[in-house]
Design a protein around this ligand. Structure first.
Ligand SMILES: Nc1nc2c(c(=O)[nH]1)N[C@H]1C(S)=C(S)[C@@H](COP(=O)(O)O)O[C@H]1N2
Ligand SMILES: [Mo]
Length: 187
C-alpha cells in the first residue's frame, strides 16, 4: 500500500509514540496479578503472569489510529492472538460480544467477530521489549483496525457476552463501532 493510502481520513502521522489515557498508570505486582476470561465460554480461565507468557505467542505489525487524530505506522507487538485465546476458552454459540476490563475500571467492547480478526492481540512486548508501563505493561489489547480507545491498556479480564455493553469512552460519546476508515469518531 502507498504511504498516503495507509492514512485514514483526517488523521495525521506522528513519528513518536504519544501516551494517552485517563487516570494513573497502575502498579504491577506479579504476585497478585491475574488474568481472567469468563462469561459465555466453555472453559473459563484465571491465570497468572507466567502462565500468560507461556501461552502460544506471535508477532503482529500494525498501524495505530487515535480518535484525537494521530496515527503511528508499523507498531511491532508480541503476545497472544485473541483468536488463540478464544480457542482455549471456547466461546459458546450465544457469545456475540466481548467486554474488555482493565485496571481502574476502564472498559471497552466489541463484537466477538471483530475481536476474532487475525491481527487482534493481547500484547506484552512492544518493539521486542516489554511494553513500558505507560503503554500498558504488563498486558494490553491491540485492535489495529479500530480507533485506539478499543486497544485497552492494563487488561485484566475478557468477558464474553450475549449483549453489547458500551465501555469507558463509548458511553462518553465516542463511536461504538470506531472504524477509522469510515471516520466513526462520535456516536
Ligand atoms: N486502560 C486504558 N486503556 C486505554 C486508554 C485509557 O484511558 N485507559 N486510552 C485509550 C486511548 S484513547 C488511546 S489513543 C490509546 C493510547 O495508547 P498509548 O498510550 O499506548 O499510545 O490507549 C487506549 N487504551
Ligand atoms: Mo485515543
Amino acid at each position: 500500500m502507498k504511504e498516503q493510502d495507509r492514512l485514514p481520513p483526517n488523521q495525521h502521522l506522528t513519528e513518536d509514540f504519544p501516551v494517552l489515557h485517563a487516570g494513573n498508570i497502575p502498579a504491577f505486582d506479579k504476585a497478585t496479578w491475574d488474568f481472567k476470561v469468563k462469561g459465555l465460554v466453555e472453559n473459563p480461565i484465571t491465570i497468572n503472569y507466567d502462565e500468560f507468557l507461556s501461552l502460544p505467542s506471535t508477532t503482529v505489525t500494525a498501524d495505530f489510529h487515535c480518535v484525537t487524530g494521530w496515527t503511528k505506522y508499523g507498531l511491532l507487538w508480541h503476545g497472544v492472538l485473541f483468536k488463540s485465546l478464544a480457542s482455549i476458552v471456547k466461546p459458546m454459540a450465544e457469545a456475540k460480544f466481548v467486554i474488555v476490563v482493565a485496571e481502574h475500571g476502564y472498559t471497552t467492547n466489541m463484537p466477538l467477530e471483530t475481536a476474532m480478526n487475525d491481527d487482534v492481540i493481547l500484547a506484552y512486548e512492544y518493539d521486542k521489549k516489554p511494553i513500558t508501563p505507560a503503554h500498558g505493561y504488563p498486558l494490553r489489547l491491540v485492535v489495529p483496525k479500530l480507533y485506539a480507545y478499543k486497544s485497552a491498556k492494563w487488561v485484566r479480564q475478557i468477558v464474553f457476552t450475549a449483549e453489547d455493553k458500551k465501555g469507558f469512552w463509548e458511553v462518553r460519546g465516542y463511536s461504538n463501532s470506531a472504524d477509522p476508515w469510515k471516520e466513526e469518531r462520535y456516536s
